[in-house]
Design a binder for this molecule. Structure first.
Ligand SMILES: Nc1ncnc2c1ncn2[C@@H]1O[C@H](COP(=O)(O)OP(=O)(O)OP(=O)(O)O)[C@@H](O)[C@H]1O
Ligand SMILES: [Mg+2]
Length: 255
């Protein structure tokens, strides 16, 4: 089975979905077979890759609610080495549908372990909260990527997430480890962003990725073209940054 990576932060708009799509595309460019999994009822990842979370019926929701659904039957193609498990808006109902049922946080893990899809990486996008969907991602994953927007308030929320991860680690998934903290939405020339980055370096000397994701319009525009930035603007700074991030992830993160 491939490496399973969850991208999570309970704060909204910090670049989780952007990271999943473009890290995945960059790993695929390096020859890796990558499965992206959209666990967010907002369906941003699904929509940004050109599929409609309002009309799809074979989605992550099916994998999480039915036992005998084959993993391969919900996959959508992005490119030769990149596929997507799409989200649908009914994921928002998962809590009421399965909470109280047996091992409801282990559903995604079971689906991935039972999948016969040949993959080097499964990368999971999560919603901006610490509910059942994020719990499923953190139970299924062995590695966590934590995107942090380079602002003071965003940085303050990181401890909270790491405490929740610690609890998941103790109670549900002892194999979960922090692969890296990723500085995102960095505004070059901003003194404030620079100071926050310095603080992140001090707080996470061993786990901050050396790649920093800067603000770049190409990243905001690519979803409207239903493409990753690597396809939409292959020569952009953002595409280069995600290629460097993919190298760090592939080689265990030489930081
Ligand atoms: N480095 C960047 N430069 C410019 N725009 C960006 C960058 N990263 C993300 N964005 C844009 O900012 C918005 C939020 O990013 P994204 O959707 O990746 O965050 P998120 O953490 O997944 O949000 P949510 O918590 O709502 O799921 C999107 O419109 C995205 O296109
Ligand atoms: Mg998102």
């Amino acid at each position: 089975m491939g490496r399973v990576i969850a991208v999570a932060n309970q704060k909204g708009g910090v670049g989780k979905t952007t990271t999943v799509a473009n890290l995945g595309a960059a790993l695929a460019e390096l020859g890796q077979r990558v499965v992206l999994i959209d666990l967010d009822p907002q369906g941003s990842l699904t929509a940004s890759l050109g599929y409609d979370p309002y009309s799809l019926t074979r989605t992550a929701h099916l994998l999480l609610t039915r036992e005998r659904v084959s993993f391969g039957s919900v996959l959508r193609t992005v490119n030769e080495r990149l596929v997507l498990v799409p989200a649908s808006v009914d994921l928002a109902l998962l809590d009421v549908e399965v909470s109280g049922q047996d091992r409801h946080a282990f559903r995604l893990r079971a689906a991935i372990e039972g999948s016969r899809v040949p993959a080097d990486f499964f990368i999971i996008d999560t919603p901006p909260n610490l509910g059942l969907l994020t719990a499923n991602a953190l139970v299924a994953a062995r590695e966590l990527v934590l995107p942090v927007q380079c602002t003071y308030l965003a940085m303050r929320g990181v401890r909270g997430l790491l405490e929740s991860v610690g609890r998941i680690h103790t109670r549900l998934n002892a194999e979960l480890a922090l692969l890296g903290v990723l500085a995102t939405l960095y505004r070059p020339g901003s003194e404030h962003a620079f100071e926050v980055l310095q603080e992140l370096r001090a707080a996470f000397p061993d786990t901050l990725f050396s790649t920093v994701i800067e603000e770049d319009d190409a990243l905001a525009q690519a979803p409207a073209a239903a493409q990753t930035v690597l396809a939409y603007r292959p020569d952009s700074g953002a595409a280069g940054a995600f290629r460097r991030l993919a190298e760090e992830v592939l080689h265990g993160g030489k930081r």
